[in-house]
Design a binder for this molecule. Structure first.
Ligand code: GAP
Length: 430
């Protein structure tokens, strides 16, 4: 990858994509805040995902569930027992690491040789207390995946939507894991967002739908501007798979710090519905209306990390051509769809006309206004944050109601009638 993570972190901080969390108090390890441009980029990713996988499909519905769930959920799902990573502690500096992240038995922090004893299991569930008492009865957990609410709400969704198999439940939301070694900027954090689908099917169909979702995930990555030559499919071996999975593919991406998991696709069998049925005592079987047959549907689960999407999109978009630095973001994802410049900031007629165009465009899209410095500097500034179109209002605009539109990627300019601008941009961002 041509871009370094330092370049990305520095751009994110400088231009307001991502800031260190709690910075004025010295920060909070590995917590990050999305700034004004970051929240737009992240929302655009989530909206594109929701539109594509929920609104445009007949076989999908969405939910938005609570982050803290009844503790029995985590007993049934197996998370309280199984959701753990191997932890080792350096004998000398007492720093803790994930054993499977270490290549040697030397401490990466203090250099101590043969620094570690046998690994211990460390549960990643993030605990908190609900209510005024901090006793064991009030202890609850933040969800470590959005997935479980799709199983817990399965019965309600079926009875309220009358969906028939195959169909999916989708959700976007926060998840929390007490990661042993968070790091690499927003790649691994303890609080993050997921976009997940639980796709309910008949057991016999699992291979067909696994393949369907494999292709859908590939096509999504292409559409958000990730070059597929940097994506690698890893068939996860049985011993490394989550306790519920019979088959898992990790989609790994060549991040600047190495090849790492971007998304995952798993065949969860009927493990979750069957288990929640047992633990809750509720009948979570699906009844086929034609045959009256009752069974627990099987599940294909495609899962996407939102923050890892943001990072992969930024790394993929980062471009340098000579002096020019620009983010080649797909226009749908760009925070600003266009920027409007008056050629001169001290000519009232030009500024007034530009302001009117800016205000009209703002009714339709996120649009930036810039009247500082010269036009070259303004282009530079918009290129760096990935604004696909820069619109300049000049003397000719006053005469013939046309403007120049400059394309971010080619730097080519063309003259467009003011009345055609909304159409011109709309066509390119949908
Ligand atoms: N429901 C299945 C599940 O949660 P996972 O592979 O553990 O599977 C799914 O997580 C996705 O969530 C990952 O592919 C990754 O994109 C994202 N993710 C997981 N842990 C993360 C963390 N600590 N920080 C940021 N993103 C994370």
């Amino acid at each position: 990858m041509p871009v370094s993570i330092e370049n990305i972190v520095s751009l994110c901080k400088r231009r307001g994509f991502v800031y260190p969390g709690s910075e004025i108090y010295g920060g909070l390890a590995n917590s990050w805040d999305y700034g004004p441009l970051g929240v737009e980029l992240k929302n655009n990713i989530k909206q594109m995902w929701w539109k594509r996988f929920v609104h445009r499909r007949d076989d999908m519905v969405g939910i938005d569930a609570a982050l803290v769930m009844n503790t029995k959920v985590w007993e049934a799902s197996g998370h309280l027992k199984e959701f753990k990573d191997p932890l080792v502690e350096c004998k000398k500096c007492h720093k803790r690491f994930r054993a499977d992240d270490l290549k040697k038995d030397n401490c990466p922090d203090c250099g101590e040789k043969n620094a570690f004893d046998e690994a211990k299991d460390f549960n990643l569930m993030l605990k908190t207390h609900l209510g005024p008492m901090e006793d064991s009865a009030s202890a609850v957990y933040f969800r470590p995946e959005t997935a479980q609410s799709m199983f817990v709400d399965f019965k309600n969704v079926v009875s309220t939507t009358r969906k028939t198999l195959p169909f999916g439940i989708a959700q976007i939301g926060k998840a929390f894991r007490n990661e042993i070694t968070p790091g690499n900027f927003i790649f691994r954090t303890r609080e993050f967002e997921q976009m997940e689908i639980e796709y309910f099917i008949r057991e016999d169909d699992w291979q067909k739908y696994f393949e369907h979702w494999r292709k859908e995930m590939m096509s999504w990555m292409e559409d958000i501007g990730i070059d597929l030559k940097y994506i690698h499919e890893l068939e996860v071996p049985a011993e490394s798979r989550a306790h519920y999975s019979k088959r898992t593919i990790d989609f790994e991406y060549d991040f600047p710090f190495g090849k790492k998991e971007l998304y995952g696709l798993a065949y969860r069998t009927d493990f979750d519905l069957r288990s929640h049925d047992k633990f809750s005592g509720e009948n979570l079987k699906y009844k086929d209306q034609q045959t009256n047959e009752e069974f627990w549907p099987h599940v294909i689960e495609p899962t996407w990390g939102v923050d890892r999407s943001v990072l992969a999109v930024l790394c993929s978009a980062y471009s340098e051509e000579g002096e020019r630095k620009f983010l080649k973001l797909t226009p749908q994802l760009a925070p600003y769809k266009a920027a409007v410049f008056p050629l001169m900031a001290n000519k009232d007629e030009i500024v007034d006309t530009a302001q009117k165009i800016y205000k009209d465009l703002r009714k339709e899209f996120m649009v930036a206004w810039d009247d500082r410095g010269n036009v070259g500097k303004r282009y530079y500034s918009q290129d760096e944050i990935g604004t696909p179109y820069c619109i300049t209002i000049d003397y000719q605009t006053l005469e013939d109601k046309t403007v120049t539109v400059r394309d971010r990627d080619t730097a080519r300019q063309e003259r467009i009638a003011v009345g055609d601008l909304v159409d011109y941009i709309s066509k390119r961002i949908s």
